[in-house]
Design a protein around this ligand. Structure first.
Ligand code: ADP
Length: 175
């Protein structure tokens, strides 16, 4: 099942929320900053443990930490690509960021997960293209999994919310 919400992902009660992190895993602006601020230092401590083991997180890969004080149980940190006019394989990298997050969720017995609009803020990925990729990867994955029951797209801005609503209606996925 796919749901669409306009709001702040740090307030959503699900098994896991996804963070649009950067490769350092040390926090940043946008949704990353909001998640670390609301979740508290336990998230950063887990990120630092991952850094000492594997030196951060590469673009399109995903790692999992505690969600600290957030209502979610886990945070899955993935790194979307920076948009560079579509010349650096950005579309495939964004699809892989969604897919690797979903795979990691399913490996951790996560049933409900919410995604922000990865790469569409500071990383400047065109919102319409990003929404199409996100909806395609998630709907394909839901058709193959028994573990993940619900995916919530959490849009922070009206433009993204409208794009997702249109796409989900077109595909008859919106409920
Ligand atoms: P990126 O660097 O991947 O572009 P950003 O955090 O800059 O990451 O933006 C990703 C998306 O997250 C943007 O659409 C932005 O509006 C949105 N966003 C920012 N804060 C929040 C929040 N608290 N909850 C949900 N989405 C948010």
């Amino acid at each position: 099942m796919i749901e669409l919400i306009k709001g702040d992902i740090t307030k959503i009660t699900v098994d896991a929320i996804v963070n649009a992190a950067n490769t350092s895993l040390l926090g940043g602006g946008g949704v990353d900053g909001a998640i670390h601020k609301a979740g508290g230092k336990a998230i950063l401590e887990d990120c630092q443990k991952i850094r000492s083991k594997q030196g951060g997180c590469k673009v399109s890969e995903a790692v999992i930490t505690t969600a600290g004080k957030l209502p979610a149980k886990f945070v899955i940190h993935t790194v979307g690509p920076v948009w560079n006019n579509g010349n650096n394989n950005e579309e495939n990298l964004l699809a892989a960021a969604y897919l690797n997050s979903l795979r990691l969720a399913s490996q951790n017995a996560i049933h409900t997960i919410s995604f922000p609009n990865i790469s569409t803020g500071i990383y400047r990925f065109p919102k319409d293209k990003a929404a199409q990729i996100a909806v395609q990867v998630v709907s394909d994955f839901l058709a193959t999994t028994d573990t993940i029951e619900k995916v919530i797209f959490v849009c922070f801005d009206d433009e993204n919310y409208t794009l997702y609503a249109k796409l989900l209606n077109q595909k008859d996925l919106y409920n």
